[in-house]
Design a protein around this ligand. Sequence first.
Ligand SMILES: *Cc1c(COP(=O)(O)O)cnc(C)c1O
Length: 407
Amino acid sequence: MVRINENYNKLQASYLFADIARKVEEFQKANPDTDVIKLGIGDVTRPLPARIVKAMHDAVDDMASSEGFHGYGPEQGYAFLREAVAKNDYQDKGCDISADEIFISDGSKCDSGNIQEIFSADAKMAIPDPVYPVYLDTNVMAGRTGEVVDGRYEGIVYLDGNMENGFVPELPTEKVDVIYLCYPNNPTGATATKDQLKTWVDYARENDAVILFDAAYEAFITDDTLPRSIYEIPGAREVAIEFRSFSKTAGFTGTRCAFTVVPKECRAFNAAGEKQMLHPLWNRRHNTKFNGVSYVIQKGAEAVYSPEGKKEVQELIAYYLRNARMIRDTMNEIGLACVGGENSPYIWIETEGSSWDLFDKLLNEAGVVTTPGAGFGKCGEGFIRISAFNDYEKVEEALKRIKKAFQ
Ligand SMILES: *Cc1c(COP(=O)(O)O)cnc(C)c1O
């Protein structure tokens, strides 16, 4: 009798998006003339920058000629893209990262979900709460957790975020092996300072641990004192893997391109307690289970680093950040406490009651859809997330209605 992987049965069903959809449908039925505005979107909304589109078109033309045709590419990604990434995202910013430490992939979701495969089944995982659900669910599937007790999986060390710590958790009291961090954060929009990241890097070095740093929203950092990469922290090369994506940076959520950085010195330990490097492990995993991102898309990603591409991407980010600032200002005006929205497209808003109370108020009184924070973990209860990924005019109209609802 073929048996299933029972770990999948431990996964908590998420009714969040189904519940949101049902509430929106009911509201729309009762208010057919209201133009419902969705500020819950965790996806970009603006078109791809022109320079990137041109690079993709040119690459398609390459594929149509016998000289320019490309079949399977290198599994780690084309050198033209890895070199552009290493130079522009790291070396020019003072980080010691080389092209052969970069692995091009079709998304940070897959990479941040798959990375746990290279660690032992009994590795102790520390996962922030609230956070992007992928880190937790992939560890549940892999069998690193027990059942859910009181809303939390046994076996996971949760790192609690709250208004007091600004959603940058304190070090765990018990020893952990792998630590997931995401800054600027989804869903809270919180950022971590260099000193805060240094605390984690020092912890990882002292405790033979590894940090998995998700920097998917790095492009939204405008405050130059904030770190854009974990490798800005001395000693991080030995203890940190970084995930980056073109999804939120350059509008690639639909075209798919991202990368993972595994420095050559980054280490873990084998059963004998001997040091073993993670680069060859991830290389083996990547080459065995992945066959590369298409040439056309990698050509598009390369164009992100061209002078025109950089300018267009900056304009794109500035567009969303203007929305974010406007949302944050309105929340301050109506007296709702919030974090994020300054170096992030997300604004995380504290409510008096439950997440759903504020969600319902904004839907029923303003026709605006948000995301209840409870969907991102236990510590997300009592918060909602508002996203800046939308048209400026729509955000402006939504905020006008929200202000009125609070008058
Ligand atoms: C959007 C997002 C990503 C990017 O995922 P892709 O698969 O590259 O589109 C990664 N991490 C977080 C926290 C995100 O919100």
